[in-house]
Design a protein around this ligand. Structure first.
Ligand SMILES: Nc1ncnc2c1ncn2[C@@H]1O[C@H](COP(=O)(O)OP(=O)(O)OP(=O)(O)O)[C@@H](O)[C@H]1O
Ligand SMILES: [Mg+2]
Length: 352
């Protein structure tokens, strides 16, 4: 990582170099490490800018543009009570108030160039020497005039991948001797994708047998290139019992971002077992992690893998799925009088 941060910083970020405002895009497939790189750059260059702002998960917060605008204004101006009444007002305020400050702003995970317009991401909005980093899975989003440079996030080299896999599988920087070759093949079949290497490494950490490594490798070999969901699903398939699988699906469908205490109390009341041990197992497997505010967090590709498992239970008939996480889906099934048998265990319904 240190090498990548340095490469990105000298060749693209040009900290302390040009006094112009520079807008730099990082693009690459999901799980390749764009967010990790952007966060590392922020923590390395904190001192070089008067203020920083990290706007995370912009794609999934499309409907919360006003709160992203408020965060940008609050973090840069260091005024925690700034309020914005509409997207148009937010855009205007950003253009008007940040123009003299040397800032480092990250706009993480966009999927539409309009999000940049709404956030007033343009050279004139920020002070001399400012750097704006944008990350996206879709290179086309960066094909706009205001993006000065584009950096393609690279898959891990064999050496880096081997180190990461070994760390999660063996707790070491290198594989146990007898697993050397298997581990190299594993890195190759995971396509150097750090997210897959982490999850597969953790899956195999518990399997102290070469036969299991070989059979996992066989499964990986049959997954077409780039099908990261299927790689990640190996970890779900390897969960020991249906209860922990159910807890994983519940969290991926309903509970991401909510406090661990709150979620535990809901899930405990729905089951004969306590879910605490299951949550620990999911964290050990790198399928889940706990955020700074003790909230449940999951990488969005892992969340999508969970939701895809539920969707595949019945691609067309919603009532035959075990979980419905869109309120509109749940309402349409509940209103449909012709439906008499339901497989639904849990659904989310929003009352207005
Ligand atoms: N250089 C690295 N060393 C160790 N772990 C890494 C590295 N890069 C990424 N990871 C891990 O891989 C996972 C995926 O990385 P990250 O979230 O940065 O991907 P991304 O490209 O932002 O994906 P998405 O497009 O879904 O947002 C994370 O769990 C992260 O911890
Ligand atoms: Mg990301």
């Amino acid at each position: 990582m240190t090498f990548r941060v340095q490469e990105f910083s000298t060749e693209y970020l040009d900290v302390g170099g040009s006094p112009d405002v520079q807008i730099i895009g990082i693009w690459g497939m999901g799980g390749i490490g764009k967010t990790t790189l952007a966060r590392a750059v922020c923590s390395n260059y904190q001192q070089s800018f008067s203020c920083q702002c990290y706007l995370e998960d912009v794609r999934s917060k499309k409907k919360k543009m006003v709160s992203l605008q408020e965060q940008l204004l609050r973090d840069i101006l260091k005024q925690p009570d700034i309020k914005v009444s509409s997207v148009a007002e937010g855009t205007k305020e950003i253009k008007k108030r940040l123009g003299s400050m040397k800032v480092l702003v990250v706009v993480d995970d966009i999927d539409d160039a309009d999000q940049l317009d709404e956030l007033a991401i343009e050279h004139e909005s920020f002070g001399p020497g400012s750097r704006i980093i944008i990350t996206t899975r879709d290179e086309h989003v960066l094909n706009i005039q205001k993006v000065d440079k584009k950096y393609k996030a690279q898959a891990m080299t064999e050496k880096e991948g081997l180190k990461l896999l070994s760390w999660y599988a063996f707790g070491n920087d290198y594989p146990n001797k007898e697993y050397n070759e298997l581990a190299r093949d594993m890195v190759d079949y995971c396509g150097g994708l750090p997210l897959a290497l982490k999850v597969v490494g953790r899956l195999l950490a518990t399997k102290k047998s070469k036969t299991i490594w070989e059979s996992t490798l066989d499964k990986l070999r049959n997954i077409p290139d780039g099908k990261i969901h299927e790689m990640l699903k190996l970890s779900y398939d390897g969960l020991l019992d249906d209860h922990v699988k159910g807890v994983f699906l519940d969290i991926s469908c309903f509970f991401i971002g909510l406090g661990i205490g709150f979620v535990t109390s809901i899930l405990d009341s729905c089951s004969r077992f306590s879910v605490e041990a299951e949550i620990t197992t999911l964290c050990d497997r790198c399928l889940l992690y706990i955020g700074e505010k003790r909230e449940l967090r999951m990488h969005d590709l892992i969340r999508d893998m969970g939701r895809e498992i539920v969707r595949a239970e019945s691609p067309v008939e919603l009532e035959k799925r075990s979980r419905l996480w869109h309120s509109e889906d749940a309402k349409s099934v509940l209103r449909n009088e012709s439906v008499s048998t339901f497989a639904i265990k849990r659904c989310y319904v929003k009352y207005m």
